[in-house]
Design a protein. Structure first.
Length: 457
């Protein structure tokens, strides 16, 4: 139904646009002098028709399912009335399947009645959406048509409406971010009510196994997150030791040394790495890189774990090379050619020009690219799961198995979880700390950009 409503929105917008533009052309044909072009009359009228329909859809989307559920549950006989949330979902699912003709077997009489109520309520909700949407479009059309006149500032009105829409979209993005932060914050506070925050931030042992129900026997759990922070930092450093130099040198070559033909081939091939799924990199790390590192280490007399931070870090570094190379290449190309010409005119060589002119001029952008790559490395999960393991070891030895913050979040929130235990709530505390870590990286990058940014004509 929603897809059909979107098609209706498109049809109404096209019809209103065509009418408004023809109306503007009619003014011109009558010898009137327009303030705005006829196309702006069409855009203004189409906008006034579409916006009410979108508002109706936004209000209908959360309300309609609740209305359908209430009607369905109210139609159930008393003996089938659900007592728990699980029973409620089961009754609704059965009624929906019967109404759609997908129920396996013969439903009981009560479920059949509920299915009829479900179908009727759903039809009512869909008809209500169409009626209110068309009514809103008609109201907008009537209001806009009355305002169309030769001296009407259609362009200014359309641009004002566009500005309001853009502000609303920005507000949605900001409110979404704030909502995410507060949702994680509230769960983090619940965790700290069960476990001391200083033990979490400075504890040296991570063992989150606890009993999540009263009839289970389990450990009390130890949630010292320092091993996770250490593992995250270790793998991130290894990855950046690969991605930083390789990505930056690749960008320098493509922007300063490569011919246009070589650049046209090399840059897309390098950027293909960014499109490879991370699970594929994880398979490559687990099946190729990790055994290779283990065999080489054992041949040298070293003790190497089958899953090591070195394997995960190396493959992760290869994965984020395009983040550094592509951004750095664009930033280096953005340096004005006049700076290079002036350096060459002073007798500097190409390498000296790159070191003393180009790279300093592009430094703020390069630092931002590196910070983005660091954030990408910190947030990676699949490669670490498959190549570095799940052990929360407090070590900086790259040949041993470690784990990261994101891996533990994934592990803690897999399967059926009771969101009232310290084990599950610790995942939100880890996410909150990770949020502030990435926020700190962004603040550092912004300060570096502001300090070293230069404006060129």
């Amino acid at each position: 139904m929603v897809s059909l409503f979107f098609l209706l929105i498109v049809a109404v917008a096209l019809a209103a646009f065509a009418f408004g533009r023809s109306r503007g052309r009619a003014f011109v044909g009558g010898g009137a002098r327009l303030h705005s072009l006829p196309v702006y009359h069409g855009l203004f009228l189409a906008t006034l028709c579409v916006l009410p329909m979108l508002v109706v859809l936004a209000a209908w989307t959360p309300v309609a399912p609740r209305y359908v559920e209430a009607r369905t549950l109210a139609a159930l006989p008393a003996e089938l009335a659900p007592q728990t949330t699980l029973e409620k979902e089961g009754r609704l699912r059965e009624a929906r399947l019967v109404a759609l003709g997908q129920f396996a077997g013969t439903p009981d009489a009560g479920t059949t009645v509920a299915a009829g109520a479900y179908a009727g309520a759903r039809t009512e909700a869909e008809v209500t959406l169409l009626v209110l949407g068309l009514a809103g479009a008609a109201a907008g059309f009537v209001f806009g048509r009355r305002r169309l006149a030769p001296d009407f500032r259609a362009r200014n009105s359309f641009e004002h409406v566009t500005k309001v829409v853009l502000i609303a979209c920005s507000g949605v993005a900001i409110l979404t971010t704030v909502g995410i932060v507060f949702s994680v914050l509230f769960e983090t506070l619940r965790f700290f009510a069960r476990y001391p925050w200083y033990d979490f931030l400075f504890g040296l042992q991570w063992s989150p196994q606890t009993a999540i129900r009263a009839d289970q026997v389990g450990q009390s759990g130890t949630f010292g997150a320092v091993p996770l922070f250490a593992g995250t930092t270790l793998i991130m450093l290894i990855a950046m030791m690969v991605a930083g130099p390789v990505g930056l040198f690749a960008a320098i070559y493509m922007s300063e040394y490569a011919t246009p033909r070589v650049r046209a081939v090399a840059k897309p091939v390098l950027e293909v790495l960014a499109g490879i799924p991370t699970v594929v990199f994880g398979f490559f790390a687990a099946l190729t890189v990790a055994p290779f590192i283990k065999n080489v280490g054992e041949s040298l007399g070293l003790s190497v774990a089958s899953e090591s931070a070195l394997a995960a870090g190396l493959v992760m570094g290869v994965m984020i090379i395009p983040f550094v190379s592509s951004l750095s290449d664009d930033l280096i190309n953005a340096v004005p050619q006049s700076l290079r010409d002036g350096s060459y005119g002073m007798g500097a060589t190409r390498s000296e020009t790159i070191k003393r002119v180009v790279l300093p001029a592009a430094l703020p952008g390069i630092v931002s690219a590196l910070m983005l790559a660091i954030s990408r490395a910190v947030g990676e999960t699949m490669i670490v799961v498959m190549a570095a393991g799940l052990a929360g070891n407090l070590t900086f030895n790259p040949l041993e198995a470690v784990t990261t913050v994101t891996v533990q979040i994934k592990t803690l929130l897999v399967g059926d979880q009771e969101f009232d235990s310290a084990k599950t709530l610790s995942a939100f505390a880890l996410g909150f700390v990770l949020f502030f870590f990435t926020l700190a990286l962004n603040i550092i990058a912004l300060r570096i950009v502001r300090k070293y940014r230069e404006q060129y004509d």
